[in-house]
Design a protein around this ligand. Structure first.
Ligand code: HBI
Ligand code: FE
Length: 284
């Protein structure tokens, strides 16, 4: 179908990573925790320890607090155990998936407060960079944020909105919103700028770069601006969008986007490094 034409069989003909032979109708599989090798748990520990050192003073508070609660430093976590903790906190559950799932399936999970977590771990040679999300990115990067009730509600609403957007031809715009918030978002705190985007939190290099390097733009979050902005998938971001708090993210993305899609389709997209007249880059 569409998914296996565009994603599972990527444009270069390469197969999507992961074992899709045992999926159910929602692409859910068993995690099969016993199948992870000691080497894989050791690789997880190395990834965890590298990131844990970079987190203080850079990740937002809820990330740091949830990470402590989750206690996942010793090896690849058991999804079911973490899922119980998460359910008690915000009513979300984790489900295991083989890897990337079709857009519609992904959004169906989010709309029902289920977060899909990839089961496979990268190879040691991929310590610093992977193309498709693995269990370290999905779990370490995304799961701690879901303990914040407002962020958790936002992501569910995002899933519902995305299901609607698919019918309105607005998916590319909603994908940009996801990219610049859930994956690469920055947030203000009383102590200064902090990271809440999972793509940054699971990255050994970008977590420092996004906060300290003078090169990228840091712009105040604005829904329409974000939805018009193209993004880079194979380099550090050229622009980061900064929210004041998670309530702003929830409120600003709560309205029906139907008129916004109409309006934005008539406008040109913006390159990833655009700075429009009247916009001010936040100094670091
Ligand atoms: N599947 N497992 C998984 N994880 C994702 O982040 C994901 C996906 N399928 C589609 C998808 N993301 C995109 O459509 C969103 O990033 C917008
Ligand atoms: Fe992600």
């Amino acid at each position: 179908d569409d998914f296996f034409a565009t994603v599972a069989e990527k444009s270069d003909g390469a197969k999507l990573r992961g074992d899709y032979s045992k999926i159910d109708a929602q692409y859910v599989v068993a995690q099969d925790w016993d199948a992870y090798t000691p080497e894989q748990h050791a690789l997880w520990r190395r990834l965890y320890q590298r990131q844990a050192k970079l987190i203080p003073g850079r990740a937002c508070d809820v990330f740091i607090e949830s990470l402590e609660l989750l206690n996942i430093g010793d090896g690849i976590p058991k999804f079911e155990e973490s899922s119980e903790l998460l359910f008690k906190a915000t009513g979300w559950r984790l489900v295991a998936v083989p890897g990337l799932v079709p857009d519609h399936t992904f959004f169906e999970h989010l709309a029902n407060r289920r977060f899909p977590v990839t089961v496979w771990l990268r190879d040691p040679e991929e310590f610093d960079y992977i193309v498709e999300p693995d269990v370290f990115h999905d779990f370490f990067g995304h799961v701690p944020l879901l303990f914040n009730p407002i962020f958790a509600d936002h992501l569910q609403e995002y899933g519902k909105g995305a299901l609607k957007a698919m019918k309105l031809d607005g998916l590319s715009m909603l994908a940009r919103l996801y990219w610049y918030t859930v994956e690469f978002g920055l947030i203000q705190s009383p102590e200064g700028l902090r990271v809440y985007g999972a793509g940054i939190l699971s990255s050994g290099g970008e977590i420092e770069y996004c906060l300290s390097n003078p090169a990228p733009l840091r712009l105040p979050f604005n829904v329409e601006r974000v939805m018009r902005t193209l993004y880079k998938i194979d380099s550090y971001q050229e622009t980061y969008f900064v929210i004041n708090d998670f309530q702003q993210l929830f409120n600003d993305t709560a309205p029906d986007f139907t008129p916004i899609y109409q309006k934005l389709k008539a406008l040109e997209t913006l390159p990833a490094n655009a700075l429009l007249s009247g916009e001010s880059n936040l100094a670091v």
